[in-house]
Design a protein around this ligand. Structure first.
Ligand code: CDP
Ligand code: MG
Length: 140
């Protein structure tokens, strides 16, 4: 499997509880290298663009309000099979269904406030990285 890049967000519930370092350490322990990182406070409109794929879902408005409620930390992770590896380290969307030891099992508060975002495919990873970072900010 080739070296890939994926996009990650440490979400508002996690930054609020001072879990940025703990979550970053989980990525690094899994062999994912943090090659870009920045802390931002999104507007609801910016969160809406990021999650536009979910615009028709019943949870969309609440999701956008939550994503703009506190700062986030946007990161690019690089490594072997990084997209799937990150999803594995994150665990299932709903912490009640997340495998033991995963970030969401350890830290998530609920299906909505679930501590991390991770890209789900190469195309979405490329789009999401480009939404948050310029090429000059990716230092592999
Ligand atoms: O983040 P992930 O890819 O695992 O899940 P998603 O299906 O792409 O949903 C994006 C985000 O919307 C989730 O991470 C949750 O924060 C939120 N969500 C929600 O609040 N309620 C749901 N029933 C499903 C997702
Ligand atoms: Mg998703």
């Amino acid at each position: 499997m080739a070296i890939q890049r994926t996009f990650s967000i440490i979400k508002p519930d996690a930054t609020k509880r001072n879990l940025t370092g703990a979550i970053a350490a989980e990525f690094e322990a899994a062999g994912l290298r943090i090659i870009a990182s920045k802390r931002l406070h999104l507007t609801k409109a910016q969160a809406g663009v990021f999650y536009a794929v979910h615009a028709e879902r019943p949870f969309y408005d609440e999701l956008c309000t939550y994503m703009a409620s506190e700062p986030i930390v946007a990161q690019v992770l690089e490594g072997e099979d990084a997209i799937a590896k990150n999803r594995e380290v994150m665990g299932a969307t709903d912490p009640a269904e997340a495998a033991p030891g995963t970030i969401r099992a350890k830290y998530a508060l609920s299906k909505g406030e679930n501590s991390v975002h991770g890209s789900d495919a190469p195309e979405t990873a490329a789009e999401e990285i480009a939404y948050f970072f310029s090429g000059l900010e990716l230092v592999g």
